[in-house]
Design a protein around this ligand. Structure first.
Ligand code: IMP
Length: 175
């Protein structure tokens, strides 16, 4: 696909690097003196989390949450199922959900309700990408890397049929 002339770069490696650093610095300022846990939603967010957490200059812990998502298709089904849960309680802690992309918002709406019952001190959201044109559930996003048009994107953790997660930039295929 990346050899295809219809494949384009949407966000360069350099732009991602700069923005992730900014987000990390912002989170560092906002959570100073708090008990932070960064929760990555697998698999798409793992690369973002790995880079982001190294720019958060605070004592923190990492957790991973596995969700069933698109099932190799490019349209959101709205059906979300937890396939791997947290390994430690988050009660009384400040939780920051780290997402690769918010499209319809259905996944995050589900997750916010899932976290409420675990009684964290707070739950925030940090997403690398946001596609506002597809919003079905309006969830408050505390940190957004880039707001993008309604395109199906891959790279930097994002996949198409489980492929392209390892691209260091974010790209799309022209229709
Ligand atoms: P939402 O529930 O519609 O907000 O979808 C969130 C999930 O859908 C993301 O975590 C991704 O796994 C997937 N997704 C949405 N848009 C894209 C895209 O453009 N490329 C790859 N995955 C996407």
């Amino acid at each position: 696909m990346t050899g295809d002339e219809r494949f384009h770069t949407l966000v360069t490696e350099e732009a991602i690097r700069d923005r992730v650093r900014e987000l990390g610095e912002e989170i560092t300022r906002d959570f100073l003196g708090r008990d932070l846990v960064l929760v990555a939603v697998l698999k798409g967010s793992c690369i973002f989390l790995a880079d982001l957490c190294r720019h958060v200059d605070l004592p923190l812990t990492l957790e991973f949450l596995g969700l069933s998502s698109y099932g190799d298709r490019t349209q959101s089904s709205g059906v979300v199922r937890i396939t791997q849960d947290l390994t430690h309680p988050v009660e009384g802690r400040d939780v920051l959900l780290v997402e690769d992309i918010v499209d319809t918002g259905l996944t995050l709406d589900f997750l916010m309700r899932h976290f409420e019952v675990r009684k964290p001190r707070s739950v925030g959201i940090c997403t690398l990408l946001h596609k506002p044109s597809n919003t079905m559930k309006d969830v408050k996003l505390d940190y957004v890397g880039f707001t993008i048009e309604n395109r199906f994107v891959v790279g930097y953790g994002l996949d198409y049929e489980q492929r392209f997660r390892n691209l260091p930039y974010i790209g799309y295929v022209e229709d």
